[in-house]
Write a protein that binds this ligand. Sequence first.
Ligand SMILES: [Mg+2]
Length: 146
Amino acid sequence: MKKIVVFDLDGTVVDNGHRYIYHFVDMRKYLSLADKDETFEAMGQICKWYLNRTDVITVFLTARMEIERKSTLAYIRRDLKHDFPDNRLYMKPNNLTEEKMDTPRWKLQTLLKLVKGDKNRIMCVFEDRSDIVDLMRSVGIVVIQP
Ligand SMILES: [Mg+2]
């Protein structure tokens, strides 16, 4: 069975820092600026390299909510892989905002569900957020933090 490689988006592959100030104050504006996001050069190249491999399955696991699916897929297909499939992008349900939930736990649970509990299927996770990195490492997952 193919192994899974997991990429976070914001802060890992995507530089969305220019609009982050609007995230908690003006969600409409925050979303409207998504097409101005840029890709971090080094991580973008690593990510593309994995996306083009056929012997592993590369997925995105992001704390962005489903409301951002369309713009997020547009970004991935524009900057990383033009035919990236919709079903390899894992996003938070719209009602689960950062204040309402534990994002590190949600990410870990979603990932374990994806591999049906078999951690050996996870090759590695690329993730920038230290609390997520720590939680995943605590259960033996290899995490690369840019
Ligand atoms: Mg991040």
